[in-house]
Design a protein around this ligand. Sequence first.
Ligand code: ATP
Length: 473
Amino acid sequence: TEKTMEQIVNLCKGRGFIFAGSEIYGGLANTWDYGPLGVELKNNVKKAWWKKFVQENRYNVGLDAAILMNPQTWVASGHVGGFSDPLMDCKECKERFRADKVIEDWCAEHSFDLGHSVDAMSQAEMKAFIDEHQIACPTCGKFNWTDIRQFNLMFKTFQGVTEDAKNTVYLRPETAQGIFVNFQNVQRTTRRKLPFGVCQVGKSFRNEITPGNFTFRTREFEQMELEFFCTPGTELEWFAYWKDFCHKWLLSLGMKDENLRLRDHDPEELSHYSNATTDFEFVFPFGWGELWGVASRTDFDLKAHQTTSGKDQTYFDQEKNEHYIPYVIEPSLGADRVTLAFLVDAYDEEVVGQDKNGKDDVRTVLRLHPALAPFKCAVLPLSKKLAGPAQELQEQLSKSFMVDYDDAGSIGKRYRRQDEIGTPFCITVDFQTVGSDTEEADHCVTIRERDSMEQVRIPISEVQAYIAQRVAF
Ligand code: ATP
């Protein structure tokens, strides 16, 4: 069966993954708050990224730079001059759109092959295309557009008490620049030789014209970025290396390859500084959307910072005995987007039998990789009388993992609640576990696995290791 965004949104809202932001005040358009389960899931995604990109990686180190940066940063990076979207308004219904998205959606709907990406079109070409095909407003259906104008996506604010131009600062629109401006600091203090990379996870802000599709496109979001510095001439090899590394990372967390595609940019779509770019796209219920942009950026960024700051950004290559500006490979991933992709990918509704009226009994199950699941296990006492030993077990396991506890309702209902939030293991404590007047304690519990629904009975003393082994990543 097809999944819809509505199913995902309802589950997120109903079970405490993601809530509408500031809801009691009527919300703030397209802001979202991660609830008790969502914060665990997103943290697990970020931890899995850090583990493979930093902790276990021989080349990379971490960084956590400030969100507010000297505004010259954004002059050098090109964001002050060029980080804008082509905007147009419908004169009839006053709705505002991104011209590139209107063209993209129209092409998809009419199976029209542009022959290249919309990103390769100039503003004048977009205008001409819209006029030629009489592309109407998606909201009201009328064809009466304003001219296209460029709208800068950076959020502006003021630092200090006076709100004048010289106090203007920007909320960073990407985390990457915090890495570039620290290239020399990191290289000097770690005494790394090329190639090496710097990783960062953090919030970015873009005043998007058309946010939407739940957490796919928001104005405040988190990125996980790597800037990998290498010797000029080796960049295409490293580009291939990181593309493959990123692909494997997604697959190793259980993402289905058939829901992914790697789209190489055509020469005319490439940014002027890039000699290779590939977008990883995932098929969401609303269509294919970019998850991860992997770009070979040459020496564009460090060179720009050298020119603008006047500070030397070269690297001294001892073997070659020469100074040069390294080339850069940048894999840039949205934490919220990839979290949403994992949720969509994992969501399943499965018929597990018939009820007494012969109707299909459907269970909702989030088949999340155990490393991503908010709870690694849930302790379920068969009776409230078993609270003592059950809570003791929960307390003990909580030292290693996030553990849920549920003693309300039938055991079947409790299993279903855990299936729905992706808990890979349910641990049932019963009277046999602790024994009774007539029966000796076996000091064992039953562990039920989420996907297969199979059960095993193992000694309490082995539970921690059993789960640790299965949630490892
Ligand atoms: P798009 O074309 O979707 O606007 P982009 O090409 O501008 O994306 P990049 O600048 O390459 O995106 O950003 C790198 C990654 O950051 C994207 O692949 C995406 O995962 C994430 N990202 C970018 N913008 C947003 C946003 N508004 N909301 C959530 N995630 C975002």
